[in-house]
Design a binder for this molecule. Structure first.
Ligand code: ATP
Ligand code: MG
Length: 200
């Protein structure tokens, strides 16, 4: 399974609906400073609900909505809503139809060769709302997290290596580094369960 494409709409510097294709093995994004490369990574973190754990670069969720006056800090008059869709290629069957149906809480998920996870944030006068969709079915973040975990994508895991992570790993104590390896190998999950069992 891999990310096939990303669709950004009104997200950060992407004021127009933009579809970005990704290749299966290796994709590089290049461009001048400030052109929006890191915003693309932020979009993935936002849509997959990994934002809190993997350091998305925004103080508030609503800062992620495209704001034409972003540079000078002026308020925008446009629609205060941003959407990101991550399109995963599941042609290898990493996730089964029943896993997807289960997570979506509906049989009506279309062709699961393609898994589309969409998140929308909407700002109103005094509040904001966040919505998640799985193949167009409205779901909760936990439904998405549980589904992705079955394909080995977890917020704690190092599926995303952020700027500074490598330096941090180098500077860690051997014990802390070992914990990361446990996390990636999927052993840490059992350590946590073991600790819970001892507490009981
Ligand atoms: P670098 O090479 O310096 O790392 P980059 O390509 O990673 O640059 P980003 O950090 O992705 O650049 O993009 C920064 C740009 O995004 C800035 O110009 C900033 O004004 C713009 N930006 C961030 N948030 C918003 C927003 N909510 N609305 C409009 N523009 C935004
Ligand atoms: Mg950057």
């Amino acid at each position: 399974m891999y990310i096939k494409a990303l669709v950004l709409d009104n997200f950060k510097s992407f004021g127009r609906k933009t579809k970005i294709p990704f290749y299966e093995d290796f994709t590089v994004v290049t461009g001048p400073n400030g052109s929006g490369k890191s915003n693309i990574i932020d979009a993935v973190l936002f849509a997959l609900g990994l934002a809190r754990t993997r350091g998305i670069r925004a103080e508030k969720l609503t800062d992620l909505i495209y704001n034409p006056g972003h540079e000078d800090g002026s308020a925008s008059g446009g629609p205060r809503e941003a959407t990101v869709e991550v399109i995963l290629d599941n042609a290898d069957g990493a996730l089964t139809r029943s896993q997807v149906v289960n997570a979506a809480g509906s049989e009506d998920v279309g062709d699961v060769d393609e898994i589309r996870i969409r998140r929308r944030v909407k700002e109103t006068e005094d509040n904001y709302y966040s919505y998640y969709y799985l193949n167009d079915r409205s779901v909760n973040l936990s439904d998405i997290q549980d589904l992705l975990a079955q394909a080995g994508v977890t917020p704690e895991g190092y599926n995303v290596v952020m700027q500074g992570d490598v330096t941090e790993i180098i500077n860690m104590t051997p014990h802390a580094r070992r914990e990361i390896i446990d996390e990636i190998a999927g052993v840490a999950e059992f350590d946590a369960k073991k600790e819970d069992a001892f507490e009981e």
